[in-house]
Design a binder for this molecule. Sequence first.
Ligand SMILES: Nc1nc2c(ncn2[C@@H]2O[C@H](COP(=O)(O)OP(=O)(O)OP(=O)(O)O)[C@@H](O)[C@H]2O)c(=O)[nH]1
Length: 170
Amino acid sequence: MLQTFFFLLGIDFKVKPVTFNGTRVKLQIWDTAGQERFHTLSTSYFRGAQGFILVYDITNLDSFQSITTWMKDIHEKAGDEVDVILLGNKCDKESERVVPKQKGEKLAWEHGIPFFETSAKDNVNIEDAFSVLTNEILEKVFHLLPQQCALWKPPCSPREEWAQPLSSWG
Ligand SMILES: Nc1nc2c(ncn2[C@@H]2O[C@H](COP(=O)(O)OP(=O)(O)OP(=O)(O)O)[C@@H](O)[C@H]2O)c(=O)[nH]1
C-alpha cells in the first residue's frame, strides 16, 4: 500500500542492510524521479536526507547537464553538509557515449565529490559507489555519536533504529 503510494509519486525506495565497523545499520534508499514533471515533488523529499547519489547517463547529454541544477537543489534543500557522489551510469554502452569520462571527473572535482562511472546493467562499480557514500555518511554519524551520548542516559550505542525501513511506518 505504502509502496503503491510512493510509486504514484515517482518515488521508489529500498532498505539495504550494511555493516560499518562491526555495527549493522539499515540504509533507507529513496529513488526519486529525475523527470521534470516530478522535479518539485522529488526535491521536497531532500530535506532530512544524509546522502545523495546523483546519476547521469553517459549516453544522454541532457542528463549530464541537469546535474548542476540537481546539485543546487540538494544544497538548497538539504544543506551543504550532506554527502553527495556523482555517477555516470551506462558505461557498458561505450559506443553510444556522448559524455566523456573526463567531463564527469571535472564536474565532480569542481564540487569536491567522489565520481564513478557505473553500469547498473553489468554491475560495474555499484558496490564501490555505495560503499564510499555509506562510509562518508556513517563516519559522520559515528563521529557525532559521542556528543549525542552526552545528552542521553546509558545504554548508548549505535543502533539500527537510526535507519528504520519505511515498511515499519505502518
Ligand atoms: N545499458 C544499460 N541500461 C541501463 C543501465 N541502467 C539502467 N538502464 C536502463 O535504462 C532505463 C531507465 O532506467 P531507470 O532505472 O528507470 O532510470 P531512472 O534514472 O531511474 O529514470 P527516472 O526515474 O525516470 O529518472 C531502463 O530501461 C534500464 O533498464 C545501465 O547501466 N546500462
